[in-house]
Design a protein around this ligand. Sequence first.
Ligand SMILES: *Cc1c(COP(=O)(O)O)cnc(C)c1O
Ligand code: SF4
Length: 465
Amino acid sequence: MSDNIVYTLPTISTSPARPQKPPVDEKSLVHKQFLRGPFWQRIPAYADVPEATFLDHKWQSKNTITNVQKLMATLQGLVSPEFVADAEMGFKRAPMSVRVSPYLLSLINWDDPYRDPLRRQFITLGSRLLPDHPKLGLDSLGEQADSPVPGLTHRYVDKALFLPLDTCPVYCRFCTRSYAVGVDTDEVEKVQLHVNEERWKQAFAYIESRPELEDIVISGGDAYNLRPGQLTQIGHAVLDIPHVRRMRFATKGPAVMPQKILSDDAWVDALTEVVERGRKIHKEVVLHTHFNHPNEITGITEDAMNRLMERGIVVRNQSVLQRGVNDDVDTMKLLVKRLGHLNIHPYYVYMHDLVKGVEDLRTTLQTAIDLEKHIRGSTAGFNTPTFVCDAPGGGGKRDVHSYEYYDRVTGISVFMAPSVKPGRYFLYFDPIDALPRRGRDLWANPAEHQKMIDKALDRARAKRR
Ligand SMILES: *Cc1c(COP(=O)(O)O)cnc(C)c1O
Ligand code: SF4
């Protein structure tokens, strides 16, 4: 990054003075400072909402915004008519339906909505859309190809992903599962993965029939939207399978509606019961959540996470690397430190999947590599996320540094996954608009596409000879 590279060699000090780190002003430790107070009252529609109401998850759910007209009505007086028109155009062309909680809406800086990192994740703007990469597909991870039972993906040797439902407390633009999650949109007709006990039973039977499966991820959709009884039912069914050793419930909930953890006692009790039942039979049950930006973490989050800590529930985080959201060192560092402060382990940072309609949110593999270099060493190693690329086509997650070949001009990287799909090569593509001129010109010419790919594969193969 910097040209002033200084080489330091170890020296033996002869002076009696002990080395001192420069003093640090406590006020500069912003990762420990959480937004508190009635921040939501800045939104005209919530100006009269008292704290007790805002902290009630039922109020949050009931007031969650599920269509563009309602969104615009809520933002009345806050945004310009141009912004309204831009968002309307955006949602018309987006593969995801709109679903935004009042909590999230209140955390967006409406004085500068174009640049706000939370707005970018949830509200599509027509003017910011870029053409999709020519190599992009809707189920980019090939989850359906590795799916022996609807809603169950068995890709890795000893772990499986179970999607019991297809709804979420919010809908994220960047969702990998936009092939299934949310209602049909103008652009996409979805695979159906509704709550269906018959389908669940098939999934449990499959897990039971495969003694190698030790680790079950319950995702979705979102475990937040499971009723307490459903959470218990799934938790028990999976824990009762003798060879299962670990399970995780994945939910974006804490990042978008932490209120539920504070006020939905039945849900938290159900989760606690499953965690404790697991602990008694020496099986690990944890919560995986999904914070992407430090602004998503407030005093309400702190209270919610403290409650889970008191219950002895381990929480890990998976972020998605997104352009203009968390692709700079300061933001990623603050996110990681803030998560660590709340005892949430930053587990992964994912390269954005190659999904439709979000080219403006993707970044280059190089960005992830650079970020990792800055993050590692800034806090505890176990609070340092691994930066991964979930290889399109079903290779699974690969460390971004482990590419066989990476062409920074064409933006093509080549990965292998010997323990998942031996002998195969997997390609990731940087967003075209972030490439150097020459790369953009090459992609502008369809006759060059296969040549670029063949060259990258040849180089990758050459490396293995
Ligand atoms: C991510 C994922 C898992 C879990 O992988 P970890 O690296 O253990 O977090 C399991 N199955 C599928 C299909 C996945 O995408
Ligand atoms: S909460 Fe998760 S599954 Fe649901 S839309 Fe967002 S990224 Fe997709």
